[in-house]
Design a protein around this ligand. Sequence first.
Ligand SMILES: [Zn+2]
Length: 259
Amino acid sequence: VPEILEVEAARQVLEARALHRPIDSVFTPDTWFLKRGTTAEALRDALDGRQFVAARRRGKLMLVDVDDGGVLGLHLGMSGRVVVDGDAAGDPLVYASNRPEAAWHRFGLAFVDSGQFFLRDPRRLGGVELEPDESRLGPDALSLTRAQLDRALAARRAPVKAVLMDQARIAGLGNLLADEALWRAGIDPARPAVAVDANERAALHRAIRSTLRTLGRRGGSHTGDLPRSLDEPCPRDGAALRRTKVGGRTTYWCPAHQR
Ligand SMILES: [Zn+2]
């Protein structure tokens, strides 16, 4: 499942391969994939004859700037990958197939130079929209400051893990990254966010940064040190891990050192 690290890899593919190439035509075989009132006709109007000039990202939302000032928003959902001229990035392919099924191409573009961009999404939970609302997203997890983390957690009675995954509070962390960061910080995922004290917030901020840096280098959000299996002990202290639901999501954690 793409989390911020996979979306950042997809953004880099767009930045390296899809900018400054005039667009010849827009491919919208799946109107269900067009979100928030975006229509196939509006996409053609917005993109035909234009070119992309920048590929940005906020959390898990990709934002592609068009040369006339428009913005195309791309969501990878649970299994989406960006494919430009056959170069792909996005879903880590641990759980989904990467067969080049044309039926999984939910949206695409042909460039005048005959190259192609596709959004490939077997599970069809991603989407495309024009002029996405960036203001509904919190600060980006990859550049999260200590003060932003403090603000995100302040006065929240919800479990700290649920707050970390709330895209309006912090944009980009999903289930795997949140579990890994809380495990590294030694914080019980079910504790109310408001009860996490200043020293623990400092540890959590360091843990989020180390999680993103280390797992980014290793190749994605599925490469954490916290096992996602009850057959393996906690790598830090050898205790038996627990699996519970926190904020509706399956959560692995260590009762010996996460408090
Ligand atoms: Zn432990």
